[in-house]
Design a protein around this ligand. Structure first.
Ligand code: 5GP
Ligand code: ZN
Length: 114
């Protein structure tokens, strides 16, 4: 979608520090990390919010969760632990309206909600 920062990252129009990629998803380091490890995982397809995810077929959420596991292993936080967060809509703290999962770790997390 035009004017969407994360779609521009998918298209390579805005650079990112890539962590992991499949046909369906892209993972990159957050530009403003809230923890030593803070990775953003997005579907390559533009989906605005969690509420816009449709059932049926191969659910994109499955791909995102698989990517969370891979990213946790790549970043070496799979054993110690981490947090995955999806902010939805304004009161949920969503600022970028292209569905994304935050993966936070690398320290004992307390109130970091991303
Ligand atoms: P939200 O509040 O929408 O759940 O989180 C958006 C996240 O995207 C924030 O943590 C913010 O730091 C990150 N972010 C915003 N713009 C960019 C960007 O251009 N590049 C990267 N890597 N992260 C971004
Ligand atoms: Zn988008």
């Amino acid at each position: 979608m035009e004017d969407c920062i994360f779609c521009k990252i998918v298209k390579g129009e805005i650079p990112c520090s890539k962590v992991y990629e499949t046909e369906k998803v892209l993972a990159f380091d957050d530009i403003n990390p809230m923890a030593p490890t803070h990775v953003i995982i997005i579907p390559k397809e533009h989906i605005a919010t969690l509420m816009d995810v449709k059932d049926g077929g191969t659910n994109i959420v499955d791909h995102l969760v698989s990517a969370v596991q891979e990213v946790a292993k790549i970043k070496g936080i799979d054993e110690k632990g981490f947090r995955m967060t999806i902010n939805c809509n304004e009161e949920g703290g969503q600022i970028i309206f292209h569905l994304h999962v935050h993966v936070l770790g690398g320290k004992k997390l307390r109130d970091e909600l991303a």
